[in-house]
Design a protein around this ligand. Structure first.
Ligand SMILES: Cc1cc2nc3c(=O)[nH]c(=O)nc-3n(C[C@H](O)[C@H](O)[C@H](O)COP(=O)(O)O)c2cc1C
Length: 190
């Protein structure tokens, strides 16, 4: 069995997945880990929405119009290729999960603590998946913030904020990335 330390130190964001489906039993195990994250005042501010293909299809028109708008502003290339790439980022991912955190418009400190707790929960989910050989990528792309995403997913914008999508699947490749050494990030004070 892999040790917790190995899981923490080996995890990397995965951008390319094989076609293998992520088993529901694995997702359920990871959601249990997500649910066990710390949260102040027991607010449990996180929710996870697993997007099936039907729901993803409903996002496609928005994805296409955003891809065309972006292309016309930058390269001027509105070719099928860039649009197809954008659609593929939603449709061809084995598992796509929207992660939300509870909003507290009357209490900014609560909202900040709740966001921190949601990130703890999300990372529990990520690490639990990694322990099962499943990679993931946290994405904050513009589709995660678009009003039509909230309406397609049935999320009330005044109550919950989508903090990102988690794309998950079995890794096709695992990127190598340099991290700061521990001596660079910590100071022992007298
Ligand atoms: C808050 C947050 C938002 C992120 N959003 C994106 C994103 O929109 N697109 C993307 O490709 N990666 C995104 N990532 C993944 C980071 O790019 C990745 O964590 C970073 O390159 C470090 O690599 P590592 O996760 O392998 O350590 C995000 C990560 C975090 C923590």
């Amino acid at each position: 069995m892999t040790s917790v330390q190995d899981i923490l130190n080996s995890r990397r964001t995965v951008y390319r997945f094989t076609e293998r489906v992520v088993e529901e039993s694995s997702l359920e195990m990871a959601f249990k880990a997500a649910s066990n994250a710390p949260c102040h005042k027991q607010t449990h501010p996180w929710n996870y929405y697993v997007l099936g293909l039907e729901t993803r299809m409903e996002l496609v028109p928005t994805v296409i119009s955003m891809a065309k708008e972006k292309a016309s502003k930058t390269s001027g290339d509105e070719s099928d290729q860039s649009v197809n790439r954008a659609v593929s980022k939603i449709m061809d991912i084995p598992t796509l999960i929207a992660v939300t955190t509870k909003l507290s418009p009357q209490d900014s400190f609560r909202e900040e603590e709740d966001y921190a707790a949601t990130v703890c929960s999300l990372h529990n989910l990520v690490l639990s998946l990694w322990d099962m050989g499943i990679g993931s990528q946290w994405s904050t792309g513009s589709i995660t913030r678009h009003p039509s995403t909230y309406s397609v997913l049935g999320i009330e914008e005044e109550k919950e904020r989508i903090v990102g999508f988690l794309k998950a699947g079995y890794p096709e490749s695992i990127p190598k990335i340099e991290k700061k050494s521990s001596s660079e990030i910590r100071k022992y004070l007298p």
